[in-house]
Design a protein around this ligand. Structure first.
Ligand code: GLA
Length: 408
């Protein structure tokens, strides 16, 4: 008898007394993977464009690429569905289900497939009455939808905020987190709440308790303008944003567009470097079936990924917005005195720019001096005392990305 009581008590504790804050143990470093939206949008035309439409076929193909082309081993292990996967209506019991033409086997089967490849599957819901693309929203069905996606074996949820009152988000997102916790399935929770609440007009300490990541700002588009617009916003608001990032909870400047149509090679290196400096989630939105070797080499650069995934989890900052239009961004990594430094060329004169500085001017302090090494190609710039001049040549719209670590 007492055994049954103890078992029941333990079951009760496990089921209902999980912490009310986000303790799912996920995203100790910024999550990595692939997300459909920027590249494949809401293309539901599987009749005329079967190869590119939002369908189980597309996700299975991307799962194959992530698993077979070396991405997974580097940490890109989430495969994420975005908007436009649903049927336009719920079923008679109010459950969500996938569009039956485009996902004939349903999401659970897709999750099984993705898991069989050693990957995780993410999905998209919207907190409001409808998704941004007009599909059913979750506002009246939070618990049901949490149970549905957990039952399917979903590992990550991006919950968008279209067609919702911002004032409802302060209960809605925490409620969704609670319902997901109750299912017992660890689901990485990405909340779009701040993006709808004006970016900095939210209490980030509350967000960090309920969400593993959050979209802060505008959607990324396939252009360098869009990338720099986002970088500028993160720099301008870094005093609010940088302190709230850390293991388990990250600011999200949106997807990587490296490998798409618009960015040059240098711009692609710059986006990747800046996302690493910002301790951003690294979700590629590109076509992994036909990605160029150049884009692949940038996205797969182990040293850049190592900085992105640094266990201190400190978000970097723009420390100099130079009058010469070179910005200096620094992220502290590993041990106290080691830094990743990105020099970002925002000039428009169209030629490589020689930028000269001293490490002392960046407030580095080790009187031993520092070894400076290029992150992308391991080029050794040499040893620099605090007042020795260092010159880096930065291509237009490009970045020079270095490590500096103390050494004699
Ligand atoms: C919003 C989000 C995007 C994407 C679309 C889908 O715009 O910010 O990332 O999810 O909705 O409709």
């Amino acid at each position: 008898m007492w055994k049954a009581v103890v078992t029941a008590a333990v079951a009760f504790v496990l089921l209902f007394c999980r912490s009310s804050t986000l303790d799912n143990g996920l995203a100790r470093t910024p999550p990595m993977g692939w997300l459909a939206w920027e590249r494949f949008r809401c293309n539901v035309d599987c009749v005329d464009d079967p190869y590119n439409c939002i369908s189980e076929e597309l996700f299975m193909q991307m799962a194959d690429r992530l698993a077979e082309d070396g991405w997974k081993e580097l940490g890109y292990n989430y495969l994420n569905i975005d908007d436009c996967w649903m049927s336009m209506d719920r079923d008679e019991q109010g459950n969500l289900y996938a569009n039956k033409t485009r996902f004939p086997n349903g999401i659970k089967k897709l999750a099984d497939y993705v898991h069989s490849k050693g990957l995780k599957l993410g999905i998209y819901l919207d907190f409001g009455t409808h998704t941004c693309g007009g599909y059913p929203g979750s506002i009246k069905y939070l618990q049901k939808d949490a149970e549905t996606i957990a039952g399917w074996g979903i590992d990550m949820l991006k919950m968008d905020g279209c067609y919702a009152n911002v004032s409802d988000m302060s209960w809605g997102y925490p409620d969704m987190e609670m319902y997901m916790n109750k299912t017992g399935r660890p689901i990485l929770f990405s909340c779009s709440w701040p993006a709808y609440a004006g970016g900095i007009k939210v209490d980030y300490s509350v967000l960090a308790k309920h969400c593993n990541a959050w979209r802060n700002y505008d959607d990324i588009q396939d252009s360098w303008d869009s990338v720099t617009h986002i970088i500028d916003w993160f720099g301008d608001n870094q005093d609010v944003l940088a302190p709230v990032a850390g293991p388990g909870h990250w600011n999200d400047p949106d997807m990587l567009i490296v490998g798409d149509y618009s960015l040059s090679y240098e711009e692609s290196k710059a986006q990747m470097a800046m996302w690493a400096i910002l301790a951003a989630p690294l979700f590629m939105s590109n076509d992994l079936r036909s990605i160029s070797p150049e884009a692949r080499s940038i996205l797969m650069n182990k040293e850049v990924i190592r900085i992105s995934q640094d266990s201190l989890g400190m978000q970097g900052r723009r420390v100099i917005k130079g009058t010469n239009k070179v910005e200096t961004w620094i992220r502290q990594v590993q041990t106290k005195d080691t830094f990743a430094v990105a020099f970002l060329n925002r000039r428009e004169d169209g030629m490589p720019y020689n930028h000269t500085l001293t490490l002392g001017s960046l407030n580095f302090t080790s009187t031993m001096g520092y070894e400076v090494v290029d992150v992308y190609d391991n080029h050794r710039y040499g040893h620099f005392k605090l007042d020795t001049k260092l010159t880096v040549s930065i291509d237009p719209n490009g970045v020079v990305f270095v490590y500096a670590y103390p050494s004699k």
